[in-house]
Design a binder for this molecule. Structure first.
Ligand SMILES: *Cc1c(COP(=O)(O)O)cnc(C)c1O
Length: 275
């Protein structure tokens, strides 16, 4: 919908940081020209690349967190008068952000917001106003904006669940407090990886994600054993994405500090047993 509404034959800058950026680029190419303003493909997307923005872009697109490589933008780029567009599906609400710096933010609900089936879009009013015309109603932002996101019947059950998640976040002190917890969770886990010889983090340290912690073990055999024992101990989804292998701990907002501590103690035991 973004290229459909905002690109319409023009050029847009995209930073290629991994699988999600790649998918966004593919879709954008259907509606205009994509300038890849930076790419970390040379190192299997283990870092956030430097950017070279074009002056006449309709917008500049980033993926704030890449779940597979386990990298995250720490500081959002300054794109001047070019609207910054971000796919925040996997890290929205993990930390406070200055929404006014963005032209458009979008995020699928299923990671930090609530159940799948709902998508959040925050879009600047002028981008809604100046969006392409002649689009089908459901693929244009205007009818959503003009009808309080209820042009058609919205998925009410998903939205009700999101209300409960928002209340759960507020009860903990809101996004600022959640950010503190997330930093603590990630710090403990990364320091376990950095301290023990058994594990090696795969993301560039300054670009490490607060949400997806990617690491490898000393050998593939040990990785297989680690995943097997982890699964038997009740840990879910520690296997890295098939495109990169290795291991990945996804520690979205719903994961508590206690969960992380249990994982770390499992990792310490495993390292000791297989030293
Ligand atoms: C998970 C994720 C998606 C995928 O959402 P789907 O609704 O499964 O297509 C898109 N972008 C990012 C950055 C993600 O982390």
């Amino acid at each position: 919908m973004i290229p459909m509404n905002l690109l319409a034959g023009g050029t847009a800058d995209y930073v290629h940081t991994g699988e999600w950026a790649k998918k966004a680029i593919k879709e954008a190419k259907l509606f205009g020209t994509v300038n890849v303003a930076g790419s970390s493909e040379d190192k299997n997307f283990c870092y956030i690349p430097a950017q070279k923005w074009s002056a006449n872009a309709k917008y500049a697109h980033i993926t704030s967190n890449e779940t597979i490589g386990g990298i995250q933008w720490r500081v959002y780029p300054d794109t001047g008068s070019v609207p910054l567009v971000a796919d925040m599906s996997s890290d929205i609400f993990c930390r406070p952000i200055d929404v006014s710096r963005f032209g458009l933010i979008y995020a699928g609900a299923q990671k930090n917001i609530g159940p799948s089936g709902v998508t959040l879009v925050i879009i600047r009013k002028d981008l809604v106003e100046n969006g392409a015309s002649g689009l089908t109603t459901m693929l244009s932002y205007k009818p959503y904006a003009e009808n309080d996101s209820m042009y058609n019947t919205p998925p009410t059950f998903g939205i009700y669940m999101i209300k409960l998640v928002m209340e759960w976040m507020e009860a903990q002190g809101g996004v600022a407090a959640i950010y503190e917890k997330n930093k603590e969770k990630a710090k403990l886990l990364y320091s376990c990886i950095d301290t023990l010889d058994m594990y090696q983090g795969t993301a560039n340290p300054v670009d490490r994600s607060l949400m997806n912690v990617t690491f490898r073990l000393k050998s593939e055999d040990l990785e297989t054993l680690f995943l097997k024992e982890a699964s038997a101990a009740g840990f879910v989804g520690l296997k890295g994405h098939r495109s990169v292998g290795g291991c990945r701990a996804s520690i979205y907002n719903a994961m508590t500090l206690d969960h992380i501590k249990v994982l770390i103690s499992f990792m310490e035991d495993f390292a000791k047993k297989n030293a």
